[in-house]
Design a protein around this ligand. Sequence first.
Ligand code: ADP
Length: 314
Amino acid sequence: MFQAMPHNCPGTSSEQAGKTSSCQGCPNQNLCASGATKAPDPAIEEIAVKMLSVKHKILVLSGKGGVGKSTFSAHLAHALAGDSNKEVALLDVDICGPSIPRIMGVEGEQVHQSGSGWSPVYVEDNLAVMSIGFLLSSPDDAVIWRGPKKNGMIKQFLRDVDWGDLDYLVVDTPPGTSDEHLSIVQYLSSAHIDGAVIITTPQEVSLQDVRKEIRFCRKVKLPIIGVVENMSGFVCPKCKNTSEIFPSTTGGAERMCEEMNLTLLGRIPLDPRIGKSCDEGKSFLAEFPESPAALAYRSVVQSEEHLTNKHMEH
Ligand code: ADP
């Protein structure tokens, strides 16, 4: 006998199929919940084709917000683009707090749509940026998007942005492990991802969440390129002595990397000029190239580049 679909049916191919309260009592609930009605999303193949022209894809992750993940993503992109022979793009999918436009000095810019997709915003000739922030009417817009809308946006970012040929695509992701991370990993599942760089501070509160992040990466088989310890000590600009502002009571990222068999890519000290440069949309690496923090960023990026290239050879 014909049974009507429940009033608020999420759709048989939705991620929520069989799982919402309106599915209760529907004769198809078990079938939907089993996943049998979900065809693989054709976007996965389309994204794989698009990503053929992107050599390296790097995700930047953190367990918590406020540890310097976006700042690191921005400086990773700046440092990679320092080689004018390389084409670099930075994609900001931190949907709840897109700070990349400000850090990269392109806040308020518009993305244009053309026949070949959305054009990213160029910071340098060889450095393109795309962010959810460009699509909001004001930087203070509360982005209260639900799962399907966020996933749709991530899909569009990966499939519909006209990046051209790239050497590096750096993806700044939201903190923690959320649906967005699962979406990115799933959408990039047919395109090779080099791996994730994980940002933490030396404190146990941050490391605790990072351990969860690492378990997540291992579960979804996302390779981890390495860990960066940010806000790691403060080098006094006057006396050059280092103070531990956030002490690493449990051995910091170094001990965690040993325990979890990961590479520590380096440590970046606190430097108040980083925040200032970012607020002004300038590259700290260009503004203070000889500062201990700029040298640390460069050395981390070199180890990271070395690891991704080594990885490519296998
Ligand atoms: P997240 O992306 O993890 O939420 P952000 O990159 O937005 O964190 O950084 C949070 C704040 O910390 C920003 O104001 C940023 O300028 C500042 N910051 C990040 N790294 C450093 C550092 N090494 N020294 C000083 N300030 C930093």
